[in-house]
Structures are given as structure tokens and as C-alpha cells.
Design a protein around this ligand. Sequence first.
Ligand code: GAR
Length: 216
Amino acid sequence: MAKTKIAVLISGRGSNMQALIDATRDENFPAEIVVVVSNNPDSPGLEIARAAGIEIDVVNHRDFDDREAFEEALDATIKLYGARIVCLAGFMRILTPSFTERWRDLLINIHPSLLPAFKGLHTHERALEAGVRIHGCTVHYVRPEMDDGPIIGQAAVPVLPGDTPETLAERVLQAEHKLYPQCVALACSGKARVAGERVRLQVREFGAELLMNPHD
Ligand code: GAR
């Protein structure tokens, strides 16, 4: 089976990247990671990827005069390794429309909330402040507006009495690690196509409930 070549972009710890690496070890997973790129040379995730035998590269935003120059270098690096799909996994730089449109429907992000609720940062604190009973995470194709774009999958987690931002974040993170590989697999096998700014899923072998509740 021909595998889709993907690049994973990180800025920090890289636990979602690790989940993707683990998933690619299954010979039936439809993608292979050709490079992990970080904008931060000190990302702990870089060492994890290197130890897993994956190519790593750094495009440090501080080395560039402006966002456009940074993104040109990022784009060139991704193409150098032959990646066809780009997965943001805790990549904490805002990308300009020029970059997101260049990679339209080929650029995927994971966000720690049930979008369109709680775009931006500090999602778990804000979910607790809002008093929501259900929280979760979303994998979506990236559009120029921040944390916006056609949704591939979501996982819901309960907010429990006594939750702190940290305990809630940990519960959501476990769900992220299950959701992201499933959604990347759908995208890379052509089973999550964008039509009319919605994702049309062909999920006969992925029970739809798996995309809603990864604890099943
Ligand atoms: C994850 O929770 C991811 O959803 C979030 O950053 C964390 C990265 O953790 N991403 C965003 O907030 C993007 N808007 P990781 O480095 O361990 O994967």
C-alpha cells in the first residue's frame, strides 16, 4: 500500500506527535512521517522523534525578519522531505493566509476544545470558567482564521466535579492521542474530503461513534 508522506510540525513536548509516530508503526496505517519540524530548537519532541528514527529539522522563527520569510523556509523544508500532508501537533505559531491557502485541505490541526467553542489559548481554564459539562478536542483542516476550518473529528470528554485545568487537560490529552491518528488516517486515505466547507467522511470501518468518543 502506498503511504501518504506527512510532515508533523511541533513547538514543544510532542505527545501528539508521539501518538502519530506510534500509529505509523502499524503497517496498515495509510501515512508515514517523513519529517518532524519544529520552530523551537529546544522542543523536547525533537529528541523523541530522533530517537524514533525519524528525520527532524528546525526552522527557528527567530532567525527570520518577518512571518513571510519564516513561512517560506518552513514551506521549503516541508517540500524538501516530500511531504504531501502537514499535521500541526502543538505548533504554536500563527500561520498567515498565504501559508494556509497554499496547503488548503492538506493542512490539519488538533485543538484542545470542541470547536467552535474556546478557540485560542487556555481552553481548559475557560471551559471550567464557563461551566460546560462536556469538553474535548477537535481535528480540523486549517483555514486562515485561527482554529477554524472543516472538522474531521471530535472527541468528547466529561468535565468532572473537582476538575482543575490540569486534570481536565490530562483527560483531553488522552482523547487527543486517540483522535488525531484516526483523523490523519481518514485524511490520508481520502476518506475525509472537504465539500462545501464540511468534511464528508467515508467511515464504514471506523464506527462513527469512535470519532465522538474515543473511550469506547
Ligand atoms: C495539545 O493539547 C494540542 O491540542 C495543543 O497544544 C498541545 C500540545 O501538546 N494545541 C493547541 O493549543 C493549538 N491551538 P503536545 O506537544 O504534547 O502534543
